[in-house]
Design a protein around this ligand. Structure first.
Ligand code: HPA
Length: 271
């Protein structure tokens, strides 16, 4: 892995990518935030040695480095999903690269189904904690102690400090944000109504198909993490209608202005 990371860094440094402080992983429909990055250097995933290639329509697939709200950032516009057939090691490889570049704080975003019936499609949710329901873990296999501990602590995976910053900024913008537990399933099918009831029973407020692997690796790498879900739909069985990917995209389209304002104001205040 270290050899691979070095080769990846070599290409990124050749393209002019320096030392970003904040990493961003932009979920379905939320990649537009990358367009706000100033003095940007864009590197398509297919140019990057050892990066997997994204296959899902609607996921752009490039790294964008530059300045956002006065901070040095690097964004993944489009992420890799387990359901696409990649190993979790491949899914989380970019997080390893972020760490090696010098990223200290990671903001992870996604579109998710609302499981908590107090939520509405279009809400933003600050992730307070997660449940890994993928029955797979990106840290399985030999552990390289230079990358992190064998048994990393997950008791405060989502930084208390960044969560309260996020809530403060939301209040300043008069955005009503939710807070809750994100449950990651493998996908790619959406849940059954019975699975959604199970997720609610085990303590989930939102459900999606990403984020948890990246957060596990970010914590293994000792990065500070903030997670934000866009509740793009109510999960299966809550409303009398089937779920569609186009609904997910439409809702994220409708809230992306709020989402971008929120993330930008959080970044402005991050220290
Ligand atoms: N379930 C799982 N993943 C999702 C959903 C959902 O309802 N909406 C967006 N991503």
């Amino acid at each position: 892995m270290k050899q691979h990371i070095e080769e990846t860094l070599e290409l990124l440094s050749k393209r002019g990518i320096k030392k970003p402080k904040i990493g961003l992983i932009l979920g379905s429909g939320l990649g537009v935030l990358a367009d706000e990055i100033q003095h940007s250097i864009k590197v398509p995933y297919q140019d990057i040695p050892h990066f997997p290639i994204s296959t899902v329509a609607g996921h752009a697939g490039q790294l964008v480095f530059g300045e956002l709200e006065g901070q040095s950032v690097i964004a993944m516009s489009g992420r890799f999903h387990y359901y696409e057939g990649y190993s979790l090691e491949a899914v989380t490889y970019p997080v390893r690269v972020f760490k090696a570049l010098g990223v200290e704080q990671l903001i992870v975003t996604n579109a998710a189904g609302g499981v908590n019936t107090d939520f509405n499609a279009g809400d933003l949710m600050i992730i307070s904690d997660h449940i890994n329901n993928m029955y797979q873990n990106p840290l399985m296999g030999a552990n390289d102690p230079e990358l992190g501990e064998r048994f990393p602590d997950m008791s405060s995976a989502y930084s208390e400090k960044l969560r309260s910053l996020a809530k403060n900024e939301a209040a300043k913008l008069q955005l009503n944000v939710q807070e809750g537990v994100y449950v990651a399933n493998t996908g790619p099918c959406y849940e059954t109504p019975a699975e959604v009831r199970m997720i609610r029973t085990i303590g989930g407020d939102a459900v999606g198909m990403s984020t948890v692997p990246e957060v596990i690796v970010a914590r293994h790498s000792n990065m500070e993490v903030l997670g934000i879900s866009c509740i793009s739909n109510m999960a299966a069985g809550i409303l009398p209608q089937p779920l569609t990917h186009s609904e997910v995209i439409e809702t994220t389209e409708a809230v992306k202005a709020d989402f971008m304002e929120l993330v930008k104001s959080i970044i402005r205040e991050m220290i």
